[in-house]
Ligand binder design. Structure first.
Ligand SMILES: Nc1nc2c(c(=O)[nH]1)N[C@H]1C(S)=C(S)[C@@H](COP(=O)(O)O)O[C@H]1N2
Ligand SMILES: [Mo]
Length: 310
């Protein structure tokens, strides 16, 4: 069975209107999200299994929640996969402000809580592929980035979006220690990629608010790109005319390019990308072009040299 783009985007879409008068504004954003998710009963059992877990005919088996929340990359807390879960308790995600700036009608700052009231939460089961040749399948809760873009009202100069993780060495110990990376972590998308309905700002996973190690309270998810594009704990969003350099591109452009598109035919300089290890399962599976989302997004890259999209 084939899932048309329309089905892919809408079948799993359950609107949770947060704007209704029934909201108790005193609730913390996290409680609010948890309460609304519960009330609306985003229940896997209610969905047709085929629609919820299928990508273009392929059955998607969810990664166990304990694995997805304990095997992480979040260098602000250290290099090892266990560091984020063990150390991210220093992250204070409430209150949380998001600054929106650059080529837009009027720069503004919005709290996470207020932002949630202005968007539609959806649940999306996406494949997630790290550049290190491992993968997971995650049920995200979030909203389409294009909703925020509409709120921001970019002008005609806006061609790129840059996202920046909060900089605060008190909360992110490695930002202040030896510089593993040029912190704060920054990532960049072309505006058309950002506008694509697959591109999410996630606020939850497994029907719960995001845990700190997964990038609470707000992180990007771009399912056809390597995981490093999915920047965590976003504090600033800018609309820009010219392409800025992102953190990993600055660190090592040959190994972690601007596009970061998943492509089994373009090797990392130090390893092949043709297959991947599914975390929590045995063996390797073949990597799919654009991580299985080619039908939806390959038009963005028509005519471009795939080796330059790495
Ligand atoms: N701020 C920040 N965002 C980040 C990273 C990071 O180190 N810092 N690591 C990236 C990488 S390489 C991956 S694979 C994913 C991992 O997301 P997960 O831990 O939720 O699986 O987060 C991405 N976002
Ligand atoms: Mo990654």
């Amino acid at each position: 069975m084939e899932i048309t783009p329309e089905k892919l985007f809408n079948a799993r879409r359950k609107f949770l209107k947060l704007g209704a008068g029934s909201l108790v504004s005193a609730l913390l954003a996290d409680n609010l999200l948890a309460a609304v998710l519960k009330e609306q009963g985003l229940d896997f059992k209610e969905m047709s299994a085929e629609e919820a877990y299928t990508l273009n005919g392929e059955h998607l088996e969810l990664t166990k929640e304990e694995i997805a929340t304990s095997y992480n990359n979040f260098y602000e807390f250290g290099f090892s996969k266990a560091d984020p879960k063990n150390k991210a308790h220093t992250l204070k995600t409430s209150p949380w402000e998001i600054q929106i700036e650059g080529e837009i009608e009027k720069p503004f700052s919005i709290s996470y809580t207020d932002l949630l009231k202005q968007v539609h939460l959806v649940e999306r089961v996406y494949r997630f592929r790290c550049v290190e040749a491992w993968s997971m399948v995650i049920p995200w809760v979030g909203f389409e980035l294009r909703e925020l873009i509409e709120l921001a009202k970019p002008n005609s100069n806006a061609k790129y979006m840059r996202f920046t993780t909060l900089y605060d060495p008190k909360q992110f110990p490695m930002q202040g220690a030896m510089q593993l990376l040029n912190f704060p972590y920054k990532e960049v998308l072309r505006l058309d990629e950002a506008m694509h309905p697959l591109t999410l700002l996630a606020v939850g996973m497994y029907k719960k608010p995001l845990p700190p190690q997964n990038g609470a309270p707000l992180r990007l998810v771009v399912p056809w790109k390597y995981g490093y594009k999915s920047i965590k704990s976003i504090h600033k969003i800018e609309f820009l005319k010219e392409k800025p350099i992102s953190t990993w591109e600055e660190e090592n452009p040959r190994e972690y390019g601007f596009y970061g598109n998943v492509d089994p035919e373009v090797s990392h300089p130090r390893w092949s990308q043709s297959s991947e290890r599914v975390i929590g399962k045995r063996g390797q599976v073949k990597t799919l072009y654009l991580n299985g989302y080619a039908k939806e997004v390959e038009h963005f890259y028509q005519g471009l040299d795939r080796t330059k999209l790495y």
